[in-house]
Design a protein around this ligand. Structure first.
Ligand code: LLP
Length: 400
C-alpha cells in the first residue's frame, strides 16, 4: 500500500507517484508471454520519459522506442544499450537522423519515401550503412479513440504496402542502407485482439513476399498499443497477444520487437492533488483542486476516464466536476464523478496516471510542473524536483 497522505505531506501537491515494483511486474509479465522466442521489449519512452523510469526498465533488459533525438539521448543516459534502441516517428530532422546514425542505434524506423532519401543521403555523407526498418500502414481500424488510431490510410503514419516494397528494393540496391526490420503500430489503448492479428498477418505476408525476392529482415516490430484498464475495460492478456503474433508469423524466424508504453506504466502511476475548495453554480457542484490540465491533459484532450479516490473519505457521494485552476472550461480531471463532500486540503488520488501524464504536461498559466516520486520496496524517493518560477523563466530574454 502506497502511503499517499504521507507522500503528499512530504513532497507537496500536485504530485506524480510511480510504483516501480508494479512497473517491473508488468514488464516481466509481457516478457514471459514471449518466452522461448527471440524478442526485445523496447519501452516506448514517450509514455513516461523520466530518466529513472527508463532506467528501471533498462535494468530488466528493456530496449527503448524513441520518437525524437532527445528520447534517444534519454535512453542512452538511462543505460539502455544502443543495440536495443529504435528511433521512430513521422518527421525526423536531418540533425536527428545524423545523430541517430552516429549513435549506432539498432535502427531507424522510416515512415515515408522522402525520409528514406534523407537517411540515405546522410548515411552517404557519413560514409556508413544506416540500419533501417519501414513502418507499414496496414489500413486496419484498431477500434480505439480516433486521436490515438494510427494504422489507417487516413492517418499520417507509415507507408502503404506498395511503397514499402519499393523502399525495401531501393534499400537492397543502396550502398548506404541496410534494411533489417519491418514495423507496424495501429494505435494505442487497444482492447481488441482481432485488428492486431489482422495487421500482423498483412505485415507477415509482406515479410514473406520480401523473402521471396531475397530481402531478409531480422526484426518484426509489432509496435505498442496494448490497452490497460482505466475503468471496466476488458483488456488483452499478454499471452493471447503473443500467441496472436506468433500465429501470424507461422514459424518465420525473426526477432519480435514490441514497443509497449502504457501497458508498462499507466496503472503504476498516480497523480495526487489537493482540494482547494468546493463550490456550486446553481445546482452544479464543483471541486476545485490544485492539479490541472497542464499536469494531466488526458481528460481534457480525449475525454479520458481516470478513477479518482478521495483518501480517507467514506461519506455519501454525489456527482461533481473535478476542475483545476487553469482558465479554460476544458480544464477538468473528471466530469459528473461521484465524490463525497470535500474540504480544503482533502487529498484526491487520480489513478492510472503513469502513462501520458507528466510527459504531456505543460507550463500553461505559468504553472510549474509537479514533482515526481518513485516508490520501490516500500521506500519513496524524489526522481524529479518540482519546477520553480525561476525554472520557468530561465530561458526568457529581454524582459528588463
Ligand atoms: N510505438 C509507436 C510507434 C507509437 O506511436 C506508440 C504510441 C507506442 C509504440 C506506444 O503505445 P502504447 O503502448 O503506449 O499504447 N497520448 C495518448 C497516447 C498516444 C500514443 C502515441 N503512440 C494517450 O494519452 O492516450
Amino acid at each position: 500500500m502506497i502511503q499517499f497522505q504521507a507522500l503528499a505531506q512530504t513532497y507537496g501537491t500536485p504530485l506524480y507517484v510511480y510504483d516501480f515494483d508494479a512497473m517491473k511486474e508488468q514488464f516481466e509479465a509481457l516478457k514471459e508471454a514471449f518466452r522461448g522466442r527471440k524478442s526485445i521489449l523496447a519501452y516506448a519512452v514517450k509514455a513516461n520519459s523520466n530518466l529513472s523510469v527508463i532506467k528501471n526498465f533498462a535494468q530488466l533488459g528493456s530496449g527503448a522506442d524513441c520518437v525524437s533525438i532527445g528520447e534517444v539521448r534519454r535512453a542512452l543516459m538511462a543505460g539502455v544499450p544502443k543495440y536495443r534502441i529504435l528511433f521512430s516517428g513521422v518527421g525526423k530532422r536531418d540533425d536527428e537522423i545524423r545523430e541517430a546514425i552516429q549513435s549506432d542505434i539498432l535502427y531507424i524506423n522510416l515512415e515515408s519515401e522522402g525520409e528514406l532519401a534523407r537517411v540515405e543521403a546522410i548515411a552517404k555523407e557519413l560514409d556508413v550503412k544506416a540500419r533501417i526498418s519501414i513502418r507499414v500502414n496496414p489500413n486496419i481500424d484498431p477500434q480505439t479513440h480516433p486521436y490515438i488510431s494510427t494504422g489507417l490510410h487516413d492517418n499520417k503514419f507509415g507507408v502503404e504496402i506498395d511503397a514499402a516494397k519499393r523502399m525495401y528494393i531501393h534499400a537492397k540496391n543502396s550502398e548506404n542502407l541496410d534494411a533489417v526490420g519491418i514495423h507496424f503500430h495501429i494505435g494505442s489503448q487497444l482492447t481488441q485482439l482481432e485488428p492486431i492479428y489482422e495487421a500482423a498477418v498483412i505485415v507477415a505476408d509482406l515479410l514473406r513476399s520480401l523473402q521471396a525476392i531475397d530481402i531478409e529482415l531480422k526484426f518484426f516490430d509489432i509496435g505498442g498499443g496494448l490497452g490497460v484498464r482505466y475503468d471496466d475495460e476488458t483488456t488483452i492478456s499478454p499471452y493471447d497477444y503473443a500467441q496472436a503474433i506468433l500465429g501470424a508469423l507461422k514459424g518465420i524466424d525473426v526477432t519480435i520487437i514490441c514497443e509497449p508504453g502504457r501497458f508498462l506504466t499507466a496503472n503504476a502511476g498516480y497523480f495526487l492533488t489537493k482540494v482547494l475548495y468546493e463550490k456550486k453554480n446553481g445546482s452544479k457542484r464543483f471541486v476545485v483542486v490544485d492539479g490541472a490540465m497542464n499536469d494531466l491533459i488526458r481528460p481534457s484532450l480525449y475525454n479520458a476516464y481516470h478513477r479518482i479516490e478521495a483518501v480517507g473519505k467514506t461519506n455519501d457521494v454525489s456527482p461533481v466536476d473535478v476542475v483545476g485552476p487553469v482558465c479554460e472550461s476544458g480544464d477538468f480531471l473528471a466530469k459528473n464523478y461521484p465524490l463525497p463532500a470535500m474540504e480544503h486540503n482533502d487529498l484526491l488520488v487520480v489513478h492510472s496516471a503513469g502513462a501520458y501524464g507528466f510527459g504531456m504536461g505543460s507550463n500553461y498559466n505559468t504553472r510549474g510542473r509537479s514533482a515526481e516520486i518513485a516508490v520501490e520496496n516500500g521506500e519513496a524517493r524524489l526522481i524529479r524536483a518540482r519546477e520553480t518560477f525561476e525554472d520557468l523563466i530561465a530561458l526568457e530574454r529581454e524582459y528588463l
